[in-house]
Write a protein that binds this ligand. Structure first.
Ligand code: PDD
Length: 290
């Protein structure tokens, strides 16, 4: 079990991994990234993550000088060297080294940094009992300033939201958009369940359109559970039956408290439990076919 770093194709232990202090990823948060994990030891949805990485790069006019094949090969090489039972991989492409000047024109060579470690195993009670979230006052970035749909290395918006949530004793913070509608949590998409149907913010509300979200919506609809992508008012939350969040690392995680109040009967509800199991079955199918 090891944490290893791969910088532009060179694999090394963390204490030997350095990049230039002039890298614009560090100076200006000028980078894009993706988080991948394995399930039962195998990568899943890697092409979807690479597609989103390229879309994010395009949206910030960053030309990635690496092919998908190269990036996947480097990831596999690093997984093989690290020998973790379940791998987490964070792939970052920065603007690269340049002048201390906001313009990226002096940056000629993007830096690829891949962090590989044993995937975090969330405590089982997060799933059996659910987690607590809080509605925070930090608003999600405006779509026409830094579009939340672009997964950049500039995560200060989410950093501010999690600081607020943690001060409130919550595990995660739920952000509203500037119109006062629900967007998402700091590193996951958000859902509510009412009368057996699921609602989640539509992309127009300013969210990162999660890959887990896409898979979840698919399995829900395939199994007769209605999902509405729409505007959600925070006033709806106290009356919902269930809440849950999704992300690559968390899968489907039930939320049983919001703003210090129980959701439903305070236990993970049947729809969240069913969707978690359906999502896992979908992952099983994907990795069994590899
Ligand atoms: N976070 N929304 C935000 C703001 C996120 O950062 C993430 C992912 C998601 C869920 O996306 P996906 O289902 O594709 O993982 C939603 C990753 C896991 C992270 O930054 O650690």
């Amino acid at each position: 079990m090891a944490t290893l770093i791969n910088i532009n194709g060179q694999i090394m232990p963390p204490d030997q991994a350095f990049i230039s202090v002039f890298d614009h990823g560090l100076l200006f948060g000028d980078s894009v990234y993706e988080v991948f994990t394995t399930y039962k030891g195998k990568l899943f949805a890697e092409n979807e993550h690479l597609t989103r990485l390229k879309a994010s790069a395009k949206a910030i006019s960053l030309k990635i000088p690496f092919t998908d094949e190269y990036l996947l090969e480097e990831m596999q090489k690093t997984f093989d060297a690290a020998e973790n039972s379940e791998s987490y991989a964070r792939m970052v492409i920065t603007r690269g080294k340049g002048e201390i000047h906001i313009s990226p024109l002096s940056c000629n060579s993007p830096t690829m940094i891949l962090y590989v470690k044993e995937a975090e195993k969330y405590p089982e009670e997060y799933y059996s009992k659910g987690i607590a979230i809080a509605l925070v006052s930090t608003k999600r970035n405006l779509k026409d300033s830094l579009n939340p749909g672009i997964k950049t290395g500039n995560y200060l918006n989410s950093v501010l939201a999690i600081i607020e949530a943690e001060k409130l004793g919550a595990y995660d913070g739920l952000m509203l958009n500037s119109d006062g509608f629900v967007s998402e949590c700091t590193t996951s998409n958000f859902y509510l369940v009412k009368n057996g149907g699921v609602k989640t913010a539509n992309p127009g509300c300013g969210i990162l359109v999660g890959i887990t979200r896409k898979m979840l919506i698919e399995v829900a609809r395939e199994n007769g559970i209605a999902v509405q992508e729409c505007k959600i008012s925070p006033e709806e939350i106290p009356a919902v039956d269930e809440l849950f969040i999704t992300s690559t690392t968390k899968g489907v995680m039930p939320v049983t408290m919001c703003d210090g109040k129980k959701i439903g009967d305070g236990k993970p509800g049947p729809v969240s439990i069913k969707l978690r199991s359906l999502y896992q079955k979908k992952l099983d199918k994907i990795v069994n076919n590899k």
